[in-house]
Design a protein around this ligand. Structure first.
Ligand code: COA
Length: 391
């Protein structure tokens, strides 16, 4: 990698993902922040941290807006500039990007970026309605289409164009549940068979229960600084070499292609160019599997396999632990869970563990270069980052 590091990650924390009955989002975030602070004893949070960016999708869940200040308060950081970033399921991907702007601008040497969502106290119908607000109101929401339906349209188009099968799509769930079974912080820590996934009930054809991510409570927290200051705080920084964010039309019906996300391609190109690497140099990735099919599309849009060949690529086992490029070693949104505002920086948490050799049973051997890919809604936002370990 010939590019130069933009920022360095000096610590990271994540709450357990799952159901946190009786807790508020702010309390769940405090768990993530406590872990990040305690992993970095040389950091004096109140003195050193100069800004906070928090991904949070919806005030509807807890009837609580103005989340930047609320979260800063409960993390013990009242006083600093604290800003909420919102880009649907990419809200904390956008927080990371904002944190990078803050460090690179020279306005803040140490910043906290993270995200949180509390969802499980609401009914599935309520959550589905709140999530749908991230799609186009007049032509999508108004006509009753929800996110499982939108991703089902994309999956169907891919099946039609390239012959991708329901079984190939379900293999993503089998892999990610296996990875999730190795992650003590994942919501569902159980392996499933292809037969179980295939026999699960349809949510929106061809997507079934096991093709959907989980409605989840959770929080994640990452601490960034300038590369030249990283050694002051830790012997094991993880450097970010590439950062890309892009947008697309909110409505699926306005796009040229239903089988590819242009925002992902644009964000990936920016991140790869900045890091001066090609997709072949990536050792592992956390990609946005809000629905299993979305992971297949990401393989193609990120350049891990050729266009139209993601079905065969998942069959090859290359993206499973032990394969050439393990994808979603955390269990992904499918098994680890998808507390939407927390997801982007939860992907970064997994990358931090992997690139500092702390991923336990799911450690990728000799992992050096990683990538995270976080999308909002049906892909109107995409955020891609490229990382490298300090070793
Ligand atoms: C798929 C979905 C509709 C299922 O919700 P539901 O029908 O209300 O299911 P329930 O919450 O009643 O759960 C029933 C069982 O299925 C399990 N389950 C729920 N969602 C699951 C999922 N996505 N994968 C696997 N198991 C799931 C539950 O753990 C529960 O198991 P149990 O009976 O052993 O306790 C819901 O998980 C969903 O909407 N997911 C997508 C979320 C989303 O769109 N996110 C944003 C993407 S852009």
């Amino acid at each position: 990698m010939n590019g130069k590091p933009l920022v360095s990650i000096i610590s990271a924390g994540m709450s357990k993902f799952g159901k946190h009955e009786g807790l508020l989002a702010r309390e769940i975030f405090s768990q993530a922040a406590s872990e990040a602070f305690s992993r970095c004893p040389k950091l004096e949070p109140k003195k050193d941290i100069k800004a906070m960016f928090i991904g949070h999708m919806g005030e509807a869940y807890e009837h609580q807006g103005h989340t930047g200040s609320v979260i800063a308060d409960w993390a013990g950081l009242t006083g600093i500039p604290a800003t909420r970033t919102e880009a649907a399921c990419a809200s904390s991907g956008a927080a990371l990007r904002s944190g990078i702007y803050a460090v690179l601008s020279g306005l803040a040497d140490v910043v906290v970026v993270g995200g949180v969502e509390k969802m499980t106290h609401r009914t599935t119908a309520e959550v589905t309605e709140y999530l749908a607000m991230a799609s186009d109101y007049p032509f999508e929401q108004w006509h009753g289409i929800t996110f499982p339906g939108l991703f089902a349209l994309m999956a169907t188009a891919h099946m039609h164009l390239y012959g991708t099968t329901e079984q190939q799509i379900a293999l993503v769930a089998v892999k990610n549940h296996y990875h999730g079974s190795l992650n003590p912080k994942a919501y569902l820590q159980k392996e499933i068979t292809l037969e179980t996934a295939m026999a699960s009930r349809y949510v929106a054809w061809p997507l079934k229960l096991y093709d959907c991510s989980l409605i989840t409570d959770g929080a994640s927290c990452i601490i960034l600084t300038k590369p030249e200051l990283a050694a002051k705080y830790t012997d094991q920084p993880v450097h970010i070499f590439g950062s890309g964010q892009a947008s697309d039309t909110i409505g699926l019906y306005q796009r040229k292609s239903l089988t590819s996300l242009n925002a992902t391609k644009l964000a990936a190109k920016t991140a790869y160019d900045m890091a001066q690497i090609t997709p072949k140099q990536v050792n592992l990735a956390e990609v946005h599997d809000c629905f299993t099919f979305a992971e297949l599309m990401a393989y193609e849009d990120l350049g891990f396999c050729k266009i139209g060949e993601s079905g065969k690529f998942i069959e090859s086992g290359e993206t499973r632990l032990g394969g050439r490029i393990p994808v979603n070693t955390s269990g992904g949104l499918k098994a680890k869970g998808h507390p939407v505002g927390a997801t982007g920086t939860a992907q970064v948490y997994e990358m931090y563990l992997q690139l500092t050799g702390q991923a336990g049973k799911r450690q990728v051997k000799d992992a050096e270069v990683g990538l995270t890919h976080n999308i909002g809604g049906s892909g109107a936002t995409a955020v891609v980052h490229v990382y490298r370990s300090a070793q």
